[in-house]
Structures are given as structure tokens and as C-alpha cells.
Design a protein around this ligand. Structure first.
Ligand code: MF3
Ligand code: CO
Length: 277
């Protein structure tokens, strides 16, 4: 979403029972993305990928929360190559070597979840792999920071440090941020993907955030197409985007949109996720 830098407004804190309800929503989004992952092959059509995601979401008794959001016409965002985020799935056909991000969300019993993956379609190459992997690592470094953070701003510090440490050097698309999530998809606070003097609100148990770094090969400036949604890099270079919905609880963190709650990736960072029953 677009940052508002509003500072210190009300952040919705969830009870353990509400975090559990959000986990159920998160697992629906995870299942939809798991399905989509296998469909990202050369020749696949964006519209069909959107339909497959919607089907998984509805079969679980949930609804796609993107559909109709500010008039958005689909259940997923499908962003190819120089499209940074918010690409609308339509007649696009995937080709080998494309970098494609799929962003997806669900609402179940009134609770929202939101997650995104980026993959290289078909034949991959070292440069594309690095862009995708640097972004994925930045997400997990941000998630790991959330486990220990006193302020939401520390997540962005960790994401920026993670991207800065990468070779070759990439940029962070600063015009879009992560966000609080819960009874609505986009809530307070903004979750920046870079360090800022705006340190953000205090981290508290019951806080649930969508953490979503966006990394670009070239210049960080973007523009929006005349459809009002599709965000592109101005220099035509490519972008990658990864996202998870993550709860901070009394016991630690729990990655609601990861089937294993983040256990695998967090173990490498010395963190054990803390599920709520
Ligand atoms: N996950 C996206 C975000 O946080 C939501 C896409 S906007 C929508 O920016 F309209 F597609 F829902
Ligand atoms: Co989001």
C-alpha cells in the first residue's frame, strides 16, 4: 500500500483467540499461493491463475479480499518483470524467464490475511535468482526482527540492512509499504521497508503485520499505468516482492501465512515460532 507516515494512530491488537482466527485465514491464503506456485509455468495465462486462486479461497469458505477493494477487479495481483506490484491478471501469458510475483489475500470470518511470492518462470538465470532470493531473505530478516523489535521501525531497518548486504546492489521501492492487518486488509501502522527517523509505534503482543519488501534491479522510482493500478519501474528494470502476515504474541511470533508458521526460515535465524492453540 501507499505509505501515509501518519505516525501514531490506533493499532488494532488481537486477543489470542483472534490471532487463531487470523491463522485460519492465513492458511487459506497460503493454500491459494501453494496452488498458484505450480501454475507459474511458460504458457500459463494470468486470468487462469487468478481463477485458480479464487477457487481455493472460496472452497475453504473464505472470500478473496482483493476483489472489489477500491474497485480492484481480481482476486490476486500478478506482476510481471518491470511491474512492481498491483498488476491486474488478464490476457498476459507467462514466458520462460519472466519474473512473476503473485500477491493474494483472503478474508475468513471477518479476518484478513495477505501474502506474496515471486518466482522465475521456466528457465531461470543467476541474475533473476539473486533478485528473487535477496527479496525473500529481506522478508525473513524483517520477520525475524519483528520477533525482537521494540518499535515497528526496526523491521524496516532489518530489511534495508539485508538488501544493502546483497551483491550486486539492488534498490528498495520506497513508495510502497507493509501494513497492519486484521479486521481490515490495510490498517495502522505502516511498515516501512527501510530505516527511518519515524520509528513507528511500540511493538505489542497481539500486533499483526503484513511485512512486504519490494526490491528492484535499477532505479527505485515507479509510475502507475492508466488502469490506476499497475505499478512499474520507470526505467523498465525488474522487481521482486515477497510478503507474509505475521503475528507478534506474548510468546514470540507466528507467521500466519506460512504453513509451518515460519519454523524453517526462522530456525536459521535462531528463532522458534510460538503458535497459539
Ligand atoms: N497486498 C496488496 C497490498 O498490500 C493489496 C493489493 S491492493 C488490491 O498492497 F486492491 F489488490 F487489493
Ligand atoms: Co500487503
Amino acid at each position: 500500500m501507499v505509505p501515509r507516515l501518519a505516525g501514531y494512530r490506533r493499532v488494532e491488537l488481537k486477543t489470542p483467540a483472534q490471532v487463531s482466527a487470523m491463522r485460519a485465514s492465513g492458511l487459506v491464503t497460503a493454500a491459494a499461493l501453494e496452488k498458484v506456485k505450480h501454475l507459474l509455468v511458460p504458457g500459463a495465462r494470468a486470468r487462469e491463475i487468478d481463477a485458480a486462486a479464487e477457487q481455493v479461497i472460496r472452497a475453504a469458505g473464505a472470500a478473496p479480499n482483493f476483489l472489489g477493494y477500491d474497485g480492484y477487479p481480481a482476486s490476486i495481483c500478478l506482476s510481471l518483470n518491470d511491474v512492481v506490484v498491483h498488476g491486474i491478471p488478464s490476457d498476459q501469458v507467462l514466458r520462460s524467464g519472466d519474473i512473476v510475483s503473485v500477491d493474494c489475500g483472503a478474508v475468513l470470518d471477518g479476518w484478513h490475511s495477505d501474502a506474496a511470492i515471486t518466482v522465475v518462470v521456466g528457465q531461470t538465470d543467476a541474475r533473476s535468482e539473486v533478485l528473487v532470493e535477496v527479496t525473500r531473505q529481506a522478508l525473513w530478516d524483517g520477520i525475524a526482527a519483528f520477533a525482537k523489535a521494540d518499535r515497528v521501525g526496526q523491521i524496516g531497518e532489518a530489511i534495508e540492512a539485508s538488501v544493502e548486504a546483497a551483491e550486486p546492489s539492488f534498490g528498495i521501492a520506497r513508495e510502497y509499504t507493509g501494513h497492519g492487518i486484521g479486521s481490515a486488509m490495510h490498517m495502522e501502522p505502516d511498515v516501512l521497508n527501510f530505516a527511518s527517523r519515524y520509528h513507528g509505534p511500540k511493538v505489542r503482543p497481539g500486533m499483526v503485520l503484513a511485512i512486504e519488501p519490494i526490491v528492484v534491479e535499477g532505479r527505485i522510482e515507479t509510475s502507475v499505468d492508466s488502469d490506476g493500478w499497475t505499478v512499474r519501474t520507470v526505467d523498465g528494470k525488474r522487481a521482486a516482492h515477497w510478503e507474509h502476515t505475521v503475528a507478534r504474541t506474548a510468546g514470540g511470533i507466528w507467521v500466519l501465512t506460512a504453513a509451518d508458521g515460519g519454523a524453517d526460515e526462522l530456525a536459521a535465524r535462531g528463532i522458534t515460532p510460538a503458535p497459539i492453540a
